[in-house]
Design a protein around this ligand. Sequence first.
Ligand code: SF4
Length: 330
Amino acid sequence: MQVQSMHFKARAGQKLADQRLQQNLTKLSTKFVSARAAAMTAIDFPATRAALKERRNRALENLDVWLETFEREATRRGVTVLFAETTQEAARLVGDIARRHEVKKVIKTKSMVTEEMRLNEVLGQMGVQSIETDLGEYILQINDNEPPSHIIAPVVHKDKEEIADLFAKTHGRPRLTEITDMTREAREMLRPHFMTADMGVTGGNFVVAETGSVVLVTNEGNEGMCTVMPRVHVAVTGIEKVLPTLEDLATAMRLLPRSATGQATSNYFSVLTGPRGEGDQDGPEHMYVVLVDGGRTGLIGGDFQEMLRCIRCGACMNHCAQPHHRAGRP
Ligand code: SF4
């Protein structure tokens, strides 16, 4: 991911003047904001949020202990746990795993940490093909590796017509404009990669210390393909994502899908505990978890520690602090 903050003012001016982009963003914020508001009525939202805050604080107060517990429990179940102090080190570790297992092709799910690590670029330099399989991320990748614009909806800044043009150009097929047809075409393009990849790389919405599990919360089903089809699975996530217990996970899951997309639960919710064991019908032969610091421990005890409680629901990206913008109106 390119750091663009030094150009923020100039870029913001350009983007605010882009009518097409403004229309796309208005549609998105309206949908997400209203869906979230409706989903929150089904639970006692303030109490659930307070409960998660307490549980996340408990994890952060003894982060080292919970990370050690996770490492011990995951290792006991056959997972190799690696720690990276920097995002560069994390990318190098994933590259080493690819080399060790003679990987030629990687299939990936959406993961903001791997964006931070510029993982696709690092793998590409090693001669390893890395394919994004989340639909939004796939669209961005075939558009000259464009960076995502939203943590939940990475391609929200593009409308259907732009994507139709891109598919026709890249896939070399007649231009389609029905969303179901376009999605089917993307699936047809991705399917051969699912069948031939040697390694799957995913993020991790959470890791659970008491069971040594990696938790993935998705809507598209590509995560299942990335963790089950290849012989190696590498999950990469930040060290702050550790939850001490499955009870903590249950509380987090009451909030995450509701806050992110207005769903009571996501279409897919996987708790992955170890590689394929004897008698298991599926799963990778080798499983790794790379836990990335990337400056996170520097926040502990400081004014910004509460940033580490973020569950990456993306809701704050859809809500403007100005009251007249809150309902998603421009
Ligand atoms: S900071 Fe934003 S992404 Fe993180 S938990 Fe809060 S609303 Fe969600």
